[in-house]
Design a protein around this ligand. Structure first.
Ligand code: RIB
Length: 310
């Protein structure tokens, strides 16, 4: 059984809930301020750990109250924190989030996440069968170093290029599985896609990032997910649930997929599993605390008609 190594961000999410989002220059009254553990790296690591994979996080925290609180929370979720360093040179990463009508806006201030270094990601001993996961809230040079190292060790690399940002072909060439949402796919492929619902356009855009044998998986929210495997599209149907907060749902998908691949599941099974896990996540408020347990996902899958399985 492989392990999951996530090199990524750890944030405290400061969440304001309101009935609607303010327009630029406008003030609206909110209903609550909440503090949730988050950060794409931490969220993905929590999802993988809660779903049963031996999971280690590689990252940085500030030496402050948020840092201490996040360390305690992550340890309680079963995430191995041996490779998470405390630094006095920056504050703990912080995200300012507004949630209204089940949708969010996020401003991330990286702080200590910007200091995760190529030396940090060389610390754990990866081996064949392990899964190396990263996203764009830590420096790209660090991700490139991590994936080079992971590839040399025989591990599978998963990149979630979020928040979307242009990146060079050296990094893309090191990616085995690219997982991104429609907005990120549109940005990176240079095509207009958001909520297009046009399968052919999606496939065409995904192909532009697939190269010769990279798997590209596009998460489509309530419409499920579409993966391009060996150039062939594989559709994972959406699930009818009442979403209250989509923050961290994409991270849940990534962490769940990594956990299943680490235990040797087929890609098709892992995609269906990740889709079910994310459908649970969106029904709860907050990012990392919304990640489901393996028992919860099992329950959802047991109650679904076989016709809706990928
Ligand atoms: O993907 C959701 C995450 O993005 C939040 O937890 C927030 O910290 C930002 O990093």
């Amino acid at each position: 059984m492989g392990r999951v190594f996530v090199a990524g961000s750890i944030n405290m999410d400061v969440v304001a809930t309101a009935e609607r989002h303010p327009r630029v220059g406008e003030t609206v009254a909110g209903s609550a301020v909440l503090y949730f553990p988050g950060g794409k790296g931490a969220n993905q690591a929590v999802a993988a750990a809660k779903l049963g994979a031996a999971t280690a996080l590689i990252g940085r925290l500030g030496k402050d109250a948020f840092g201490q609180e996040l360390r305690t929370f992550l340890a309680a979720q079963g995430v191995d924190l041996r490779f998470v360093k405390d630094t006095s040179e920056a504050h703990t990463g912080t995200a300012i989030i507004t949630v209204a009508d089940a949708d969010n806006t996020i401003v991330v201030v990286p702080g200590a996440n910007a200091m995760v270094s190529p030396e940090d990601v060389a610390a754990p001993a990866l081996t064949k069968g392990d899964i190396a996961v990263s996203q764009f809230e830590v420096p790209q040079a660090t991700i490139t170093a991590f994936f080079k190292y992971a590839r040399a060790a025989g591990a599978t690399t998963i990149l979630n290029p979020a928040p979307a940002r242009k990146f060079d072909s050296e990094l893309l060439d090191l990616v085995d599985i690219l997982i991104l949402n429609e907005t990120e796919l549109g940005f990176l492929s240079g095509r207009k896609l958001r909520d297009s619902g046009n399968r052919d356009r999606l496939i065409d855009a995904a192909r532009s990032l697939a190269g010769r044998d990279r798997i590209v998986c596009v998460t489509l929210g309530k419409r499920g997910a579409l993966a391009l495997v060996g150039g062939e599209p594989l559709m994972v149907p959406g699930r009818e649930v009442k979403a209250i907060d989509t923050t961290g749902a994409g991270d849940c998908f990534v962490g769940a997929l990594a956990s299943r691949l680490a235990r040797g599941s087929s890609l098709r099974d892992a995609l269906g599993y990740a889709n079910a896990a994310a459908s649970i996540c969106v029904q709860r408020l907050g990012a990392a605390p919304s990640m489901p347990t393996a028992a919860e996902v099992k329950d959802v899958l047991a109650n679904e008609p076989t016709s809706t399985r990928p």
